[in-house]
Write a protein that binds this ligand. Structure first.
Ligand SMILES: Nc1ncnc2c1ncn2[C@@H]1O[C@H](COP(=O)(O)OP(=O)(O)OP(=O)(O)O)[C@@H](O)[C@H]1O
Ligand SMILES: [Mg+2]
Length: 301
């Protein structure tokens, strides 16, 4: 896909006619400059409240998690996200990013290691107990994944009907509130069907549905894929607004490094079944590691 970072692209410099170690140095300086510019805009690290919250409770934690299907997918992965943080999970296609979100939702159970939500080990829970833990989380699926045969109203109301005792009036009020939060006019969209909406509007409805239950944790799988740069910016700001105004803790899987650097307080890079980097965007930008440099290098080309 055109918006994916190119990784380990051997002819990258040759194509531009710019070769050798000096070119490499110029390239990495340019990458860092571009990333620092991103960080200067709305950087979550500048939010004193977020910093304070981030020093507190562990909200989502993976401890030495391994999982294999036919072959090992992830091995000995440890991650920690604290209250109010936004953690981005990045890596090449097929490295297990969506798998990690499924482990957090306990749709999958690790072969080894533990997954903790708000300090509770969810690995040994029964199916019913796991459902209760899942209620703490809102999920925005890859590709928005709305129910095509349901109106916008029914899509956003779905988790409320499934998992709460709210009456019809309460549900309508909540649906309207969430649509407003994602900058959609409830009166205009409530009776529309997903096919009538633009890609960006569908993503917003997906976010409104994900946050309908007022979850403390939001999980996003590729929330900006397939969107133009302006709409990508809008969705990125929306995710940041959720973090800032509601204090939710977020895990965001994304191929869009530019968006990741804007919204994430921590970045985890998956490579070769493991986390090869876990730290702040600035630490990532400053890394001398060749794989990280290549991974980031793709984002400026
Ligand atoms: N239910 C499953 N059964 C068997 N293999 C699976 C299953 N789910 C995922 N995999 C495999 O696990 C690996 C990781 O998949 P995953 O969907 O987590 O990757 P990803 O990093 O999200 O990729 P993408 O960026 O393309 O979405 C892939 O090789 C995939 O084929
Ligand atoms: Mg995926």
């Amino acid at each position: 896909m055109a918006d994916r970072p190119r990784v380990s692209e051997p002819d990258h410099d040759r194509r531009s006619g710019d070769v050798g170690p000096a070119a490499d140095e110029r390239k990495s300086a340019a990458v860092r400059h571009a990333i620092r510019s991103e960080l200067a805009v709305d950087a979550p690290k500048d939010d004193a409240h977020a910093a304070k919250r981030a020093s507190e409770t562990s909200i989502v934690e993976l401890q030495h998690v391994s999982l294999a299907f036919d072959v090992p997918i992830i091995e000995d992965i440890s991650l920690i996200t604290r209250e109010g943080e936004t953690m981005a999970i990045v890596g090449e296609s097929g490295t297990g990013k969506s798998t990690i979100l499924k482990l957090v939702l306990r749709l999958l159970v690790p072969d080894r290691g533990r997954v903790l939500i708000e300090g509770e080990d969810i690995t040994p829970l029964s199916f019913e107990e796991a459902l209760a833990v899942r209620q703490k989380m809102g999920m925005v699926f890859q590709g928005a994944a709305l129910f095509d045969s349901m109106s916008v109203f029914e899509n956003v109301a779905y988790p409320l009907r499934e998992h709460t005792d709210m009456n019809d009036d309460e549900i309508e009020q909540r649906v309207r509130e969430k649509l407003q939060f994602v900058d959609l006019d409830p009166d205009r969209v409530i009776d529309q069907f997903p096919a009538e909406l633009s890609g960006g509007m569908r993503k917003r409805v997906g976010i409104a549905r994900g946050m309908a239950n007022n979850p403390r944790i939001m999980l996003y799988d590729e929330p900006t894929s397939g969107l133009d740069p302006l709409t990508t910016g809008t969705i990125t700001r929306l995710i940041m607004k959720l973090q800032r105004e509601l204090g939710v803790t977020s895990l965001v899987v994304s191929h869009d490094i530019r968006a990741v650097f804007r919204m994430a307080s921590k970045v985890a890079l998956l490579h070769d079944r493991r986390i090869t980097f876990f730290g702040t965007p600035e630490e990532m930008a400053g890394s001398e590691d060749q794989y990280i440099q290549d991974f980031l290098g793709g984002f400026t080309t």
